[in-house]
Design a protein around this ligand. Structure first.
Ligand SMILES: Cc1ncc(COP(=O)(O)O)c(C=O)c1O
Length: 301
């Protein structure tokens, strides 16, 4: 158990990293982890992502010997795509050949609205290269600061030793309370209820955005998770300044993030512009409509 995904990353880097390591990082990819990794001094290798997930072939061209690949296979952060089977196999092959580690950030797979829940990449990990990372931040709430990792057998001793030497771990009282919550079946009930609720809320917000923005925003119904990215369509005035739009939105009380800052080269002309937003707290159609109209006004400036 750790106190969050970044704490898991710190544990993994301290246990299995070496000086001057390079790390494949999804581009675009999870902002907060990118900031943390930059602080640690590892060399970040941004690897492009498309609708099939991380481009393993491109990653291999950029740096075949990277020590870690950090990926979000079930719900790419922030674009929401699922890593295809072909890419899953290619990624596992890469780790096998280079004898390196894949860090699977499975932060939101409990929320899947279409079909059956997805199998983790870890479930195909025949040669023990995947470090599985789960968290209770999305499925419960992020203030809980509880996450967990399942490390390959051959790394258990080393990771366990470093975990004990690093700090005293996450609070045992919280862990015990959560364990009771799970054992007494409240967690399963909570998941079931939230899945239904969030599935409906995502439709409300997507429909409201489509109505408010028309052709100016490309938005797809998210298949999982509790957030999504919508992309601005470039007009005659050039790329939309999504940083300014998001700042105006925050001032108007709507918490969204600009999509471009999730990219390694956020200010390049060709970087997609858009908004990353959560939908878990959109209470009803009226609120979704107000939220979408406010964002539309923020686009106009
Ligand atoms: C991509 C991604 N990974 C992991 C997490 C969980 O991070 P933590 O466990 O530090 O709250 C989040 C939460 O926002 C996330 O968006």
């Amino acid at each position: 158990m750790t106190s969050g995904y970044r704490a898991t990353l710190e544990l993994v880097l301290r246990s299995l990293g070496r000086p001057n390591d390079s790390v494949w990082y999804e581009d675009p990819g999870y902002l907060l982890a990118r900031g943390f990794l930059a602080e640690t001094g590892v060399q970040l290798i941004p690897v492009p992502v498309n609708e099939e997930g991380i481009d393993v072939e491109r990653g291999t061209q950029l740096d075949a010997q990277a020590r870690f690949a950090l990926v979000t296979p079930s719900h790419q952060s922030p674009l929401g795509h699922t890593l295809s089977l072909a890419r899953r196999m290619a990624l596992l092959d890469w780790a096998e050949q280079a004898s390196n580690w894949i860090v699977e950030d499975d932060y939101a797979s409990e929320f899947r609205y279409l079909g059956r829940p997805l199998r983790a990449l870890k479930s195909r990990d025949r040669h023990d290269h995947v470090i599985y990372c789960g968290t209770f931040s999305k499925v419960m709430f992020s203030g809980l600061r509880l996450a967990y990792t399942v490390v390959p057998e051959r790394a258990v001793e080393r990771v366990g030793r470093v975990a004990r030497s690093m700090n005293a771990g996450s609070p045992t009282l919280l862990q015990a309370a959560l364990a009771d919550f799970i054992e007494q079946r409240h967690f399963a009930r909570h998941l079931k209820r939230m899945r239904t609720l969030y599935a409906a809320r995502r439709v409300l917000i997507v429909r409201a955005l489509e109505q408010a923005f028309g052709e100016r925003l490309a938005v797809e119904l998210p298949q999982g998770g509790i957030q999504f990215a919508a992309q601005f369509i470039e007009g005659p005035d050039g790329p939309v300044d999504d940083v300014a739009v998001a700042a105006r939105a925050r001032e108007a009380g709507v918490a969204v993030l600009p999509l471009s800052i999730w990219y390694a080269n956020g200010r390049m002309r060709r970087t997609p512009r858009g908004l990353v937003m959560g939908f878990a707290n959109v209470a009803d159609a009226g609120e979704a409509g107000r939220f979408a109209l406010t964002l539309c006004e923020c686009l106009a400036g």
